[in-house]
Write a protein that binds this ligand. Structure first.
Ligand code: PGA
Length: 253
């Protein structure tokens, strides 16, 4: 694949500072071939400062959210500048943020722009519910989310983004999308990007939702799957590194 694979872990609300540190320490003992792919972990805010630099430049440190305002009376929120002090990437629009914390498409769009303004690399999540899939509305939902999130970005701005297709019915359920189902939507996303004048061939589209070491190779074998966003299986260094190994295997012609 011409695009460099990206394997990203989303720790959600898991991990004390000590747990995040020991995870990264375990990863840093692993082989050098890892430099051939990109690896990122989205840790809880509370651990970001403490883990910076622990994995050298091998693992990009990411936050799971930010607020789009620069500063002010927003109790409990964290500004893009604050995030930039401790992270290089940020997850935006995860379905748990959208569903549990009522993040709208327009908030997602503002967060993307705020992240870009502070040179944070956004990983932007989209995905449909099971009911939407059953009604045959998966494609329309994804395109609507992309319209709202990316409209008005320049090609150069869009190129700084990675997208993550995460069908909501596959997250934390043990039921991953089949490689064919995932590829179908990844193809939709790639074509949407091209039609909008974005550099679709250079942009990475990750799949997320019940990714495990034993299903990652088949998912990564799909033409338009450029990486994985891993929740539960990213919490242990051994399962996360097994997924990274699957991505390395994919690089071998
Ligand atoms: P999961 O989560 O791998 O535990 O399904 C993925 C995600 O929500 O990013």
């Amino acid at each position: 694949m011409s695009r460099r694979p990206l394997i990203a872990g989303n720790w959600k609300m898991h991990g004390t500072v000590a747990e995040c540190r020991s995870f990264l320490q375990a990863l840093s003992a692993l082989p050098k071939e890892w430099a051939r792919i990109d690896t990122a972990v989205f840790f809880p805010f509370t651990a970001l400062f403490a883990v910076r630099g622990l994995a050298g430049d091998r693992v990009t440190i990411g936050a799971q959210n930010l607020y789009y305002e620069e500063k002010g009376a927003f109790t409990g929120e964290i500004s893009p500048r604050m995030v930039r002090e401790v992270a290089d990437a940020v997850l935006i629009g995860h379905s748990e943020r959208r569903e549990l914390f009522h993040e709208t498409d327009s908030m997602v769009a503002r967060k993307i722009r705020a992240a870009l303004a502070h040179e944070l690399r956004p990983v932007v999540c989209v995905g449909e519910t099971l009911a939407e899939r059953d009604r045959g509305e998966a494609q329309a939902k994804i395109e609507r989310q992309l319209d709202a999130a990316l409209a008005g970005l320049t090609p150069a701005e869009a190129e700084k983004l990675a997208l993550a297709y995460e069908p909501i019915w596959a997250i934390g359920t043990g039921r991953n999308a089949s490689p064919e189902q995932a590829q179908e939507i990844h193809g939709v996303i790639r074509r949407w990007l091209a039609a909008g004048g974005f550099p679709s061939e250079r942009m990475r589209i990750l799949y997320g939702g019940s990714v495990k070491p034993d299903n990652s190779s088949l998912l990564l074998a799909q033409e338009d799957i450029d990486g994985l966003l891993v929740g539960g299986a990213s919490l242990q260094a051994d399962s996360f590194s097994a997924i990274i190994d699957a991505a390395l295997d994919r690089l071998i012609p």
